[in-house]
Ligand binder design. Structure first.
Ligand SMILES: CCCCCCCCCCCCCC(=O)SCCNC(=O)CCNC(=O)[C@H](O)C(C)(C)COP(=O)(O)OP(=O)(O)OC[C@H]1O[C@@H](n2cnc3c(N)ncnc32)[C@H](O)[C@@H]1OP(=O)(O)O
Length: 155
């Protein structure tokens, strides 16, 4: 199964968080399950993504929630099109607002799993709720409003 960011037009594929064409970036990859209507991004932080030794830097967690949300919005908007899910390009979303709740310190070491759900969707805007788990423990919650970038803008 290909990931959402795989289908972004080339001009929108350089994001430091999730751009497949940015070799220096995190290259987050988000998968969309059309049956569960859930998205999933897995990422294993590097040792240098440290806040206090042993724990993940909060900015990285916010980035994970941010790019995971734009990808979830993209998949949710793709559902409104008649083309199949495995045919690009996907609509590209930009983050209008991002809320992150750090519920517990996130241990550095385990693979993080971000799970996203669509809370609201219109033609132009998607509200995404995200939960981030480390070793099965919920450590971060996020909510983002993402807005479709109009056709003809960049890309
Ligand atoms: C105009 C498009 C420009 C695209 C530029 C993309 C460049 C980046 C590309 C790479 C990206 C990489 C990914 C990243 O990392 S992006 C991370 C950084 N994000 C940005 O730099 C985004 C900068 N902001 C903007 O470009 C504009 O403000 C956007 C495009 C977001 C909205 O634009 P505009 O204000 O003209 O749109 P609208 O008035 O028609 O609103 C549409 C809907 O959204 C709702 N809403 C709006 N703001 C907020 C808010 N703060 N809180 C809650 N909701 C908000 C609004 O109520 C309405 O809802 P509804 O009434 O329909 O229910």
């Amino acid at each position: 199964m290909n990931y959402v960011q795989f289908y972004y037009p080339e001009g929108f594929a350089h994001c430091y968080g999730c751009g497949r064409l940015n070799p220096e970036g995190h290259q987050f990859k988000t998968y969309w399950d059309p049956e569960k209507r859930e998205s999933r991004t897995e990422f294993t932080p590097k040792p240098y993504h440290t806040a206090i030794p042993g724990f993940v830097y909060g900015g990285l967690l916010a980035s994970l929630v941010d790019c995971h949300s734009t990808a979830t919005g993209s998949a949710a908007l793709k559902e409104l099109e008649s083309t199949p899910w495995d045919q690009g390009p996907y609509p590209r979303c930009v983050t209008a607002s991002l809320e992150v709740q750090f519920l517990k310190p996130t241990p550095l070491g385990p693979t993080l799993v971000a799970v996203g759900r669509v809370l609201e969707r219109s033609e132009r805007k998607v509200v995404v709720g995200t939960e981030v788990y480390a070793d099965g423990v919920l450590t971060v919650k996020g909510k983002a409003v993402v807005v479709r970038i109009p056709e003809g803008w960049g890309g």
